[in-house]
Ligand binder design. Structure first.
Ligand SMILES: Cc1cc2nc3c(=O)[nH]c(=O)nc-3n(C[C@H](O)[C@H](O)[C@H](O)COP(=O)(O)OP(=O)(O)OC[C@H]3O[C@@H](n4cnc5c(N)ncnc54)[C@H](O)[C@@H]3O)c2cc1C
Length: 389
């Protein structure tokens, strides 16, 4: 899919200029929601994406109830129409196992989800340009390159939503990543239907020494496998060997694990030193990320992208309001991120995991109650509504 941004005018000297009001970098969930929110708030929006879509991405592909609710608020729930509902989590470690019944949202491949979000943005009037890598200069000017042609964009506001590996702010000397020294690396692949034993609507999570792996059935029957692993463990065993060992008895066809295209990520747990500058807001994974065990990253990206898009539209008339973004971002996500990193830290101890599984087997109701708040709609919804009103 390659859409032309009508607000970008090619010049004979090979340079292009754009005076679009809001530019968004990155068309993942954060960038798409930012673009849609800004265009709905009345701004002219250009969305720049490096990749050609559809593209897959390392992700557990579970959209938590909170993310589903943000999409519903934005009139985008139809995007999830064919996404299987997830009603239980099978938590396993070694030989111990427990099933926790809880609403875990829905599963949708990133190929489908992100492409549908981009389509929804285009339908609402966002100019989408694929195959375009962008950077933001310290002057707030966005420089992009597509098919060897350089473009210069001078927006009133730029939302940086270029993800965990994003480099579009590299020119800003004070904007750095604080990467946690205990951070793990993400790993994932999509396997053929039937290659992992899963019950319908079930999320399989296996916790092992050195990390964990999750598996879920997607809308077309294929199986998404995503993991977070210690670097040394992964280097020692290699992706296929490690995934086969961790998934254990659940593997129905070992050949599919060996044949899969395993993709890694950079260090997962990290925080950006700066979330806003004059004319620039940072949202989604580009702002910071914690290990994905609770499967909330996309919900955070949707909620923060939505709020950033609204603020970017405001910056067109009130340029100084960018100073409010770090506080708003913290109000929106900080407590959830703390809870998620606490869960991830507890799971690093096999003893805690085994104790948790024993409790879940003995008192399934209590385990379900404890797990219920994860990924649920609470503060984000109120804030999204507050910001939009
Ligand atoms: C192992 C693992 C499992 C996970 N499981 C789940 C889960 O089950 N549920 C969940 O909710 N979350 C999960 N996550 C987290 C989730 O994948 C992310 O939080 C989410 O993708 C963040 O969305 P985003 O829009 O911020 O960034 P991304 O989805 O990474 O999108 C960023 C986009 O920016 C583009 N881009 C980058 N640089 C540039 C540039 N210079 N110019 C233009 N475009 C650029 C990229 O091509 C990309 O399309 C998981 C993550 C990992 C690693």
């Amino acid at each position: 899919m390659m859409e032309r941004a009508t607000s970008i005018d090619d010049r004979p000297d090979g340079r292009s200029e754009c005076t679009g009001e809001v530019v968004v970098i990155g068309a993942g969930p954060a960038g798409c929601l930012a673009a849609i929110a800004a265009v709905k708030a009345g701004a002219r929006v250009t969305l720049l994406e490096r990749a050609g879509f559809p593209r897959e991405k390392v992700c557990g592909c579970c959209i938590a109830p909170r993310g589903v609710a943000v999409l519903a608020d934005m009139g985008l729930k139809h995007i999830l129409a064919d996404a299987p509902r997830l009603g239980s989590v099978r938590l396993e470690s070694g030989r111990a196992s427990a099933r926790i019944d809880r609403d875990s949202g829905v599963a949708l491949s990133r190929g489908a989800f992100d492409t549908r979000l981009v389509r929804a943005a285009m339908d609402r009037g966002v100019h989408v340009v694929h195959g375009t890598s962008a950077i933001v200069g310290i002057d707030g000017v966005v420089r992009a390159r597509r098919d060897g042609i350089d473009m210069t964009l001078c927006p009133a506001a730029c939302v940086v939503a270029d993800g965990l590996a994003g480099r579009s702010l590299d020119a800003h000397p004070g904007v750095t990543w604080r990467v946690s020294p205990t951070s793990r690396i993400g790993l994932g692949a999509i396997l053929p239907a039937g290659s992992i034993a899963l019950h319908p609507g079930e999320v399989l999570m296996r916790v092992e020494t050195g990390g964990y792996v999750g598996a879920v059935e997607l809308e077309d029957g294929r199986i998404d496998v995503a993991a977070a692993a210690d670097h040394d463990v992964l280097r020692h065993e290699g992706p296929a060997g490690l995934m086969a060992r961790w998934l254990g008895d659940a593997v129905r066809d070992r050949d599919t694990i060996d044949a899969a295209r395993w993709t890694g990520t950079p260090w997962l747990t990290r925080q950006r030193s700066t979330l806003a500058m004059p004319g620039i807001l940072v949202a989604g994974d580009a702002a910071g990320y914690v290990e994905p065990f609770t499967g909330e990253g996309m919900s955070w990206a949707l909620a923060s992208g939505h709020a950033a898009g609204l603020m970017a539209a405001r910056m067109v008339h009130e340029p100084s309001c960018w100073v409010q973004w770090p506080t708003q971002w913290a109000d929106l996500l900080k407590s959830d991120r703390l809870r998620c990193s606490l869960v991830a830290r507890l799971l690093r101890s096999p003893r805690t995991v085994h104790a948790g599984l024993a409790i879940a087997r003995r008192w399934p109701g209590m385990a379900a109650r404890l797990a219920r708040p994860i990924g649920q709609m609470h503060r984000a919804a109120t804030l999204c509504q507050e910001v939009s009103s």
